[in-house]
Design a protein around this ligand. Structure first.
Ligand SMILES: Cc1cc2nc3c(=O)[nH]c(=O)nc-3n(C[C@H](O)[C@H](O)[C@H](O)COP(=O)(O)OP(=O)(O)OC[C@H]3O[C@@H](n4cnc5c(N)ncnc54)[C@H](O)[C@@H]3O)c2cc1C
Length: 813
């Protein structure tokens, strides 16, 4: 076809709202952009969306991104002349029981933390805004005035028009069947009209993305699920200024549409599509109405909006949408195929997300990195367990069914378990382990004592595991415990240039002799923390890297990507080859000494060193570090020896009080010790100085490294924020993260993580204190602080030192 060029700088595949928004933002940056769509624009999931646009999420940056969508949608009609149906009537969220009310109040505080206005309302006030609703079961409601709604097709056409106005080409009825791949990089697309070459390709193919991406060897864990709503005849009293309504306890949502209501819901028994992807000719199509399946949702809605009983249903929409295993969408450059970017899996909030997602994708494509930390939606958060379509489908169904259930703190998924198991799994289960799961790996969260049941009981106040975790915490501080951390990702960097390569990627000095352990961050060009891990130098040409379980794909991708070309340095994933048992606590040396001929004294094996030793018959790399603030070792052992090592530790440690302990104790212990957690406390938006990790940076060494220039520049200026720790004395205070920080009555930030410290006996939280004019230790420490928890303020004590053992060892996050 004549309008299909032979090449473009960037090709966007898919003309739904996400593809059109991406093309719009690319073109606005002056980048030569071609969008190809198999049918016509909006033909996939976009045309039949309900069009609610909400903003509040649990991550500040994703909330910011949705806020960007709102800003864009507000002005798009004026910019393009194309109607968008945008209305900013606000959004109501209802609470019908005390737990939901706590959740809603926590959301109101989260909104405040992130700079969004959200008001709590009494049932009567809520009804004033939404007069048709019955309020007899309401405890309260929250109102977010800047939420809105849009016409999905119109807003997509407006984005497409804006893209064309900025120079993008849009080619409809062009079907992409494969990719041009050269030297491992994606360099174009193969279509039914021939090949089009490009520097980069962005895949926004909706629910078809999984199958198409697989052609380039890229895993996109999404699954199509049926989603239904009804459109009613006009209802007296429904005005065009009605806010959107979310009624999670009744699993339903509503919005006004031509004087009637759109009403849909999230059923607990969703129906997946029969295969991974719909047929290629599934354009502007719906599935057959399924009133039987919708009936329970309808019943629930009738209790809220009695007028529905007397109103005719104009149309039922049963559409397909792509959902994902954790309920969040995914964007970013595929770790398996450089040059191929993904924007897919929008979980029925693609209209709300597209403005921001398209902006972020365009920046990622153009600049090589996203505008800010987007870890919750980064495609690299997935792992090997997500390769399996059965896993993706079943976990996704569970996530869908939970869309409107209460999001309990520390809640675990139940489907597809157990999948990946440590060799100790059965032993730990027999000893009362209650497991959690990360990237498919079963990990002991806590251990039930005799008479307790190892099942999580969730709560916003005191969860069922509270006492058990306290016992494990105490055992670690006073005797010794074993944590099974086999789920750690592990890798070698091997080659004669290993030191040079890691020297460039790491902010800390890696030019250390074999046997040394190095705690380091890896930084992006802005000085932001991309990874936070430990390296052990094993030999001149070999480092052993230990990576947090959930960061396996991300961190390995970061390292592979940044090894300078031409160097003899290679990353080898050895995750499955080793188990890791962490022996931690003041008695850990006594236990080790009973099991090995090796000298494990402080002189022979000081903090920050590692040695290959035999323990109880097993060859063990004993790495002396800690994330819990006690004397201890991570014992890395070939997987087949793990059970023997574990048994030997307990034989030797029984009389010394050795106990099993789990990940929830680790969290409590690390909070007391002030160790940072990547993904919450630290990430790409924070440099080590802001995070209080300046001691790990080799700036003075003069050795060049990625992010160095940015750190030099950052050091010359006042810090815009500084991480601080907080405790709250009030025993009723429960910190979970996202609570608002007030300094001298002024909002200065929010908690990045929170929990309970059993040794200090208080709630502990960490968060950045922010100020445009700059923040230093004096500023932080001279303030008087309060934390807002679920809309209530509590006095808090600030500290820049760990709450437990302030002079202790400081390594390993
Ligand atoms: C019933 C229902 C109600 C919803 N309500 C809301 C709501 O209220 N608010 C909200 O925010 N979201 C809602 N959504 C979700 C929203 O519709 C989607 O998240 C959004 O439309 C996804 O957009 P997309 O661009 O990713 O995908 P799509 O709109 O599906 O676009 C993908 C496009 O890629 C094209 N394509 C695929 N493969 C190829 C190929 N090989 N070659 C060329 N082109 C290809 C397809 O033809 C398609 O046009 C709802 C969804 C459903 C089903």
């Amino acid at each position: 076809m004549s309008d299909l060029p032979a090449s473009a700088k960037v090709i966007v595949v898919g003309g739904g709202i996400v593809g059109c928004s991406t093309a719009y933002h690319l073109a606005k940056r002056g980048i030569e952009t071609l969008l190809v769509e198999r049918h016509q624009l909006t033909a996939g999931s976009t045309w039949h969306a309900a069009g609610l646009v909400g903003q509040l999420r649990t991550s500040a940056n994703i909330t910011k991104l949705l806020g960007y969508s709102v800003e864009l949608y507000r002005k798009l009609e004026a910019e393009t002349g194309q109607a968008t149906g945008w209305k900013m009537n606000g959004g109501l969220r209802l609470a019908c029981n005390e737990d939901r009310w706590i959740e809603v109040k926590r959301q109101a505080t989260t909104a405040r933390s992130f700079g969004l206005e959200m008001h709590l309302l009494s049932p009567g006030e809520a009804r004033d805004l939404w007069p048709l609703m019955a309020i007899d079961d309401l405890v309260g409601a929250a109102f977010l005035p800047t939420d809105g709604q849009a016409s999905p097709s119109d807003i997509t056409q407006a984005l497409a028009k804006g893209a064309r106005m900025a120079g993008a080409k849009m080619a409809e009825t062009v079907s992409v069947s494969d990719f041009v791949i050269e030297n491992g990089r994606v360099r174009g697309i193969v279509t039914d009209r021939g090949v089009v070459r490009a520097e980069k390709v962005v895949l926004c193919g909706g629910l078809w993305t999984r199958v198409l991406a697989a052609k380039a060897g890229v895993n996109v864990p999404l699954y199509p699920i049926r989603h239904q709503y009804i459109m009613t005849e006009a209802i007296p009293g429904v005005t065009s200024s009605l806010p959107t309504l979310r009624d999670p306890d009744r699993l339903t949502y509503c919005k006004e549409e031509v004087g009637g209501l759109v009403m849909g819901g999230y059923e607990p028994n969703p129906i997946p599509w029969s295969g991974q992807s719909a047929p290629e000719d599934f354009a502007f199509r719906l599935l057959d109405d399924d009133f039987d399946h919708f009936e329970p949702i309808m019943e629930l809605a009738l209790g809220r909006v009695p007028a529905l009983a007397e109103t005719g249903v104009k149309q039922m929409i049963n559409g397909l949408e792509s959902f994902t295993p954790d309920g969040n969408w995914m964007i970013g450059e595929a770790p398996e195929a450089p040059g191929l970017f993904i924007g897919a899996g929008f979980n029925a909030f693609g209209i709300a997300s597209a403005g921001g997602a398209g902006m972020a994708l365009a920046e990622w494509v153009a600049d090589g990195e996203p505008p800010y930390d987007l870890w919750p939606v980064d495609i690299r958060r997935f792992g090997k367990n997500h390769l399996d379509t059965g896993f993706v489908r079943d976990r996704t169904l569970e996530a869908y069914a939970r869309h409107y259930t209460i999001a309990w703190p520390a809640e675990e998924f139940n489907s597809c378990r157990p999948l990946r198991r440590s060799p100790l799994y059965d032993r730990l289960k027999a000893k009362g382990a209650c497991f959690g799961e990360k990237l498919g790996f079963e990990r002991p969260n806590w251990f039930a004592a005799e008479g307790e049941t190892p099942v999580d009981r969730y709560s916003f106040t005191k969860p069922g595991w509270f006492e058990a975790v306290g016992r494990e915490h105490k055992a670690c501080r006073e005797a010794a415990v074993v944590f099974d951390q086999t789920s750690f990702a592990k890798a070698y960097v091997i080659g004669k240039d290993a030191e040079q390569a890691l020297g460039w990627i790491c902010a800390n000095d890696v030019a250390k002799p074999p046997g040394k352990v190095i705690y380091t961050q890896m930084l992006n060009a802005r000085g932001g923390i991309e990874t936070d891990l430990t390296l052990t130098r094993l030999a001149q040409d070999r480092y052993y890297i230990v990576i947090g379980t959930g960061f396996a794909t991300h961190d390995m991708d970061w390292i592979r990507r940044n090894i300078p070309q031409g160097l003899d340095a290679h990353l080898v994933d050895v995750t499955s080859g080793f188990s890791a048992l962490s022996l931690m606590g003041p008695k850990s040396r006594d236990i080790l000494a009973r099991l090995t001929d090796a000298d494990v004294s402080n002189e022979a094996l000081p903090f920050g060193t590692a040695k290959q030793i035999q323990i109880g018959g097993a060859p063990v790399l004993a790495i002396r570090i800690t994330y819990v603030g006690e004397l201890g070792w991570e014992l890395h052992v070939p997987t087949e020896f793990a059970a023997k090592l574990y048994d030997a530790l307990f034989e030797a440690g029984a009389g010394l009080g050795l106990a099993d302990a789990g990940y929830r104790a680790i969290e409590s212990l690390r909070l007391e010790k002030g160790y940072r957690a990547w993904g919450s406390d630290i990430g790409p938006d924070h440099n080590p100085y802001q995070a209080g990790l300046g001691f790990t940076v080799k700036l003075k060494s003069g050795i060049p490294f990625l992010g160095r220039d940015a750190l030099v520049a950052a050091k010359a200026k006042p810090l815009p924020r500084l991480m601080a720790g907080f405790t709250v004395d009030d025993p009723g205070a429960v910190l979970l993260g996202r609570e608002t920080i007030y300094r001298n009555g002024e909002r200065v930030g929010w908690l990045s993580s929170g929990g309970f410290g059993y040794t200090v006996g208080k709630a502990i939280g960490y968060g950045y204190v922010r100020r445009e004019a700059g923040v230093d230790a004096d500023f932080v420490l001279s303030g008087s602080y309060e934390l807002e928890i679920a809309t209530e303020r509590f006095p808090a004590t600030v500290s820049l030192h760990p709450f437990h053992d302030p002079k202790g060892e400081r390594i390993r996050a």
